[in-house]
Design a protein around this ligand. Structure first.
Ligand SMILES: Nc1ncnc2c1ncn2[C@@H]1O[C@H](COP(=O)(O)OP(=O)(O)OP(=O)(O)O)[C@@H](O)[C@H]1O
Length: 336
């Protein structure tokens, strides 16, 4: 994979071209001081001081292990030992506040490529829905999966020259409270041909998909031909879509081919064998029965748990799990 292919999948790159067929989003460039704040885990977890009183989250997360040192240093040490004042980003906060308002009061935040999915547990409602700058900052600061965007985005590139992108952006997307998980699909494009479509949430069997499958396939194929094929410049990539009740297709995200992108109900090798040249060779996979559900292979887990470095065994684990499940699918198809 090339750096330019990874770059095209950044939301600030693709969104302007796909605005009319995506969900309402506002994008802000982040100051470097904010990035350093997200990366800094040297001291206690301080939330920025807010410019407004209605944005009141406690500005320090209690950490009992650090508490003792923190208190001892107060009053006894010299000036250099005094705790640093909490950070503050008034300009950014103001812009974000305005965006939240113009997007209807609630947003879903993400950086250039990823959302802080692994921090949803920390919010009071257990989702990524945010109504204030403090809530957004808390989710971003608590997320391990954003470390991928911040430090490892180009790790799988064959022409890697960058350790990180020159700028980071915060995308605020209008919050949709009632997205149906069964209506989200990942689409696989190989050699500019749509070769595969997979149900996005693979841990559940949705009977409704059995009856809607051919119609959904038709809608997505049309969407790809009309809206994506000529506009997205990579040869190989994936894109995620949502199919609305009134049969409109919305693009939610683009991801590079392979590496950190999950192939869901496929493996990359079989997708690469499907040339799709006949125009009608889209392999559309859904979980066909309760027996076909996949274990929760999510990226939304703490980073330590998802140690993908070489030798961690995670790659091998995924390969084995994949082979085992392919085997299960084949046997259940043979038995059907
Ligand atoms: N605006 C929104 N409102 C509510 N839920 C949303 C919104 N946008 C996305 N989601 C939900 O959050 C999930 C993750 O979103 P998204 O694909 O943007 O994150 P990501 O970090 O890029 O994920 P991945 O790495 O798996 O591609 C989506 O599958 C969708 O269910």
């Amino acid at each position: 994979m090339k750096e330019e292919e990874v770059n095209r999948c950044q939301i600030q790159e693709w969104y302007p071209k796909f605005k009319s067929v995506s969900i309402k989003t506002q994008i802000h460039e982040l100051p470097e001081s904010f990035i350093q704040y997200l990366l800094d885990d040297s001291g206690p977890f301080l939330l920025p001081v807010s410019i407004s009183n209605d944005d009141a989250l406690p500005n320090r997360i209690h950490n009992p292990e650090e508490e003792e040192d923190y208190q001892v240093s107060e009053g006894f040490g010299d000036e250099s030992e005094k705790p640093l004042p909490p950070p503050s980003f008034p300009e950014l906060e103001l812009k974000i506040k305005e965006s939240i308002k113009s997007l209807g009061g609630s947003v879903f935040p993400k950086l250039n490529w990823s959302a802080p999915k692994d921090s949803a547990w920390i919010s009071t409602i257990g989702t990524l829905q945010c109504t204030t700058f403090s809530e957004i900052t808390l989710l971003l600061r608590a997320s391990d999966s954003l470390i991928h965007d911040l430090c490892h985005a180009y790790d799988s590139c064959t022409d890697k020259s960058l350790s990180r992108p020159p700028s980071f952006f915060l995308a605020l997307r209008k919050w949709y409270p009632s997205l149906q998980p069964e209506m989200e699909f990942r689409c696989f494009v190989w050699g500019q041909n749509l070769v595969g479509i997979s149900q996005r949430e693979v841990t559940t069997f949705y009977p409704v998909l059995l009856e809607k499958k051919s119609n959904i396939e038709w809608l997505i194929r049309q969407f790809y031909e009309d809206q994506v094929r000529l506009k997205f410049e990579s040869e190989n990539y994936t894109f995620d879509v949502y199919v609305t009740k009134d049969e409109r297709v919305k693009v939610l995200d683009f991801n590079p081919w392979g590496a950190f992108t999950l192939p869901l109900l496929f493996n990359w090798e079989e997708l690469e064998q499907n040339t799709g040249e006949e125009g009608d060779q889209v392999d559309f996979r859904i979980v066909e029965s309760q027996c076909g559900v996949r274990p929760g292979m999510k990226t939304a887990v703490p980073f330590d748990y998802l140690d993908t470095s070489s030798g961690s065994g995670w790659d091998q684990f995924l390969r084995n799990a994949d082979e085992e499940l392919q085997q299960q699918i084949r046997s259940s198809e043979a038995g059907a």
